[in-house]
Design a protein around this ligand. Structure first.
Ligand code: AR6
Length: 176
C-alpha cells in the first residue's frame, strides 16, 4: 500500500527490515544497550556485522522514546537510527513514548538530510505493545510530522507478519 500524505510518500509492505536496499536509513527496534537482540535488533545486527554494536556502545544506554544514529556497516543502507520503544505496561505513558520514537527518528533523519526511511513496528514484539494501537499511534505521528519534513520524501513501514501489515494498512487508510 502506497499513498501520499502531506507531500510525503508513505507505504506499508510485508518484509524484512534488514533487506531494504532502496532506503537511505532503517530504524532499529533497539534495546537500551544498543546491542544485538532478538527480532528487528537481531536481524539488523546480524546483517550489519559487529561494528554496529561497537558504534552504538558509546551512546548507550538510551531511554525509552530516544533515537540515536550510527552508520549501517554491511547493511544496504547509509544509516541505522536506533529507537528504544516503551515496554508495554512498564514504561508510561506508553503512547507518548512510542510517538516520541517516531518523532525523534524523523528528526535524526532530517539532521542527516536523509530522503528515505524504513521503520519496523517498534515495541510490538518483545515489548508487547498491541499492534493495532501501535499502528494507529505510529501512523498518526508520522503523518502529523509530514508537513514539517524537508529532506524526507519517503517513509516505509516494513511489517514482518501478514497481521501486522494489515494493522498498519488499516491505520494508514484511516489517517487520511
Ligand atoms: N523485519 C521486520 N520486522 C521484524 C523483523 C524483521 N527482520 N523481525 C521481527 N519483526 P521486536 P520490540 C517484527 O521484538 O517489541 C529485541 O530483542 C516483530 O514481529 O524486534 O521493540 C531488542 O533487543 C514485531 O512485530 O521489537 C529489544 O530488547 C516488531 O518487528 C526488544 O526486542 C518488533 O519486534 C525490542 O522489542
Amino acid at each position: 500500500m502506497h499513498v501520499q500524505r502531506n507531500g510525503i510518500a508513505v507505504e506499508c509492505l510485508q518484509g524484512d527490515i534488514a533487506r531494504q536496499k532502496d532506503m537511505e536509513a532503517v530504524v532499529n527496534a533497539a534495546n537500551a544497550e544498543l546491542m544485538m537482540g532478538g527480532g528487528v535488533a537481531g536481524a539488523l545486527h546480524r546483517a550489519a556485522g559487529p561494528e554496529l554494536a561497537e558504534a552504538g556502545a558509546p551512546m548507550a544506554p538510551i531511554q525509552p522514546g530516544e533515537a540515536v544514529t550510527t552508520e549501517a556497516f554491511n547493511l544496504p543502507n547509509d544509516y541505522v537510527i536506533h529507537c528504544l520503544g516503551p515496554v508495554y505496561g512498564r514504561d508510561r505513558p506508553e503512547e507518548e513514548l512510542l510517538r516520541a520514537c517516531y518523532q525523534n527518528a524523523l528528526h535524526k533523519a532530517e539532521e542527516h538530510h536523509i530522503q528515505s526511511i524504513a521503520f519496523p513496528s517498534i515495541s510490538t514484539g518483545a515489548f508487547g505493545y498491541p499492534v493495532a494501537e501501535a499502528a494507529a499511534a505510529a501512523m498518526d505521528e508520522v503523518t502529523g510530522q509530514a508537513p514539517y519534513l524537508t529532506s524526507i520524501q519517503m517513509i516505509r513501514f516494513v511489517l514482518f507478519s501478514n497481521e501486522d501489515a494489515t494493522a498498519y494498512e488499516t491505520a494508514l487508510a484511516q489517517s487520511d
